[in-house]
Design a protein around this ligand. Structure first.
Ligand code: ADP
Length: 295
């Protein structure tokens, strides 16, 4: 049902008392290694909900690549589209200080080698997807090739993260463009305004068929050419918001592929996002369908 095209990273996390300055060494906690990357996260989130999900991504021929493949398979994701080699697996080097603030260095590695030719070679996966979801941790030209390769009647969902200027061809295919507050502000530049309703109008003017803005604990704002409306989230005790946006987008894309309208799909997705903030971690925090219904 759902094809996710995107990144797969190993998240290498070390807790520190404080960050080292230039030329300095500090000692940290034991290393924790977690599967991550927005593409890998979205695929796991959808599969855990019960969606038939495939991932088109590239990892290195190394231990981190095998960790990522294992986590996808354990969640039930079809990994025939996970290509291997060309560069080391993408890595995020993350230090976390006692106040919970992160400093992150990302090495895209194999993610930067997922090419338009890889997309063309994945014809069968694209042909069988009702909905295709992408992000921007892979080359923009690869995302553009995805848009050109969409099967008739299949829907395209884009989370432009990290935010970048998007070609008109890509924007026109987005139904919806899914952004959080930060991404909305960067894409709109100085002219953003302060209200999410203004951001939605500004983003719609760029050409996507619809827009969804996630608003953390406030839920989301959904807008298409005809109307805009808020979808409120569920009140939960937030423990760790890592991956909430990925879980939200995966859930939204899946439900849209099943034929739900944008508002109904977003009402489901905010519950999935809320469930994902109740536990530590990204992939480890993603809920099943039953857990989502129980909220
Ligand atoms: P991102 O993780 O990309 O910054 P948001 O913070 O907007 O995105 O979160 C995505 C979704 O996760 C929200 O739309 C909402 O459904 C859910 N969510 C995030 N934080 C909370 C929270 N504190 N309480 C309830 N739901 C939340």
């Amino acid at each position: 049902d759902l094809l996710v095209v995107g990144s797969a990273n190993a998240d290498l996390v070390i807790g520190v008392e404080r960050r080292p300055g230039p030329g300095e060494t500090v000692l940290g906690s034991d290393l924790a290694v977690h599967p991550g990357g927005k593409g890998a996260n979205q695929a796991v989130a959808a599969a855990r909900l019960g969606a038939r999900t495939a991932l088109l991504a590239r990892v290195g021929d190394d231990g981190h690549g095998r960790l990522l493949l294992d986590s996808q398979r354990a969640a039930g994701v079809d990994t025939v589209g996970v290509l291997t080699g060309g560069a080391p697996t993408g890595v995020a080097l993350i230090t976390v200080d006692p106040s919970g603030d992160n400093s992150i260095v990302v090495s895209p590695g194999a993610n930067a080698r997922l090419t338009p030719a890889d997309v063309r070679a994945a014809k069968v996966l694209l042909a069988s997807a009702r909905v295709v979801s992408a992000q921007l941790e892979i080359p923009l030209e690869t995302v553009a090739e995805v848009v050109r390769s969409l099967a008739d009647g299949s829907r395209f969902v884009l989370n432009p993260s990290p935010p970048a200027a998007l070609p008109a061809e890509v924007l026109a295919a987005c139904d919806p463009l899914v952004v959080n507050e930060h991404e909305a502000r960067v894409i709109l530049g100085g002219s953003a305004g302060d209200a999410p309703e203004e951001w939605a109008a500004g983003l719609l003017a760029l050409g996507p068929r619809s827009v969804v803005i996630t608003l953390g604990a406030e839920g989301a704002l959904v807008a298409d050419g005809g109307s805009a409306a808020r979808v409120s989230s569920v009140k939960v005790a937030a423990v760790d918001t890592t991956g909430a946006g990925d879980a939200f987008t995966a859930a939204l894309a899946w439900r849209l592929g099943r034929g739900e309208d944008l508002w109904t799909a977003a009402a489901f997705a905010v519950r999935v996002g809320a469930a994902a903030v109740m536990k530590e971690g990204a992939q480890a925090s993603f809920p099943t369908f039953e857990e989502t219904q129980a909220l």
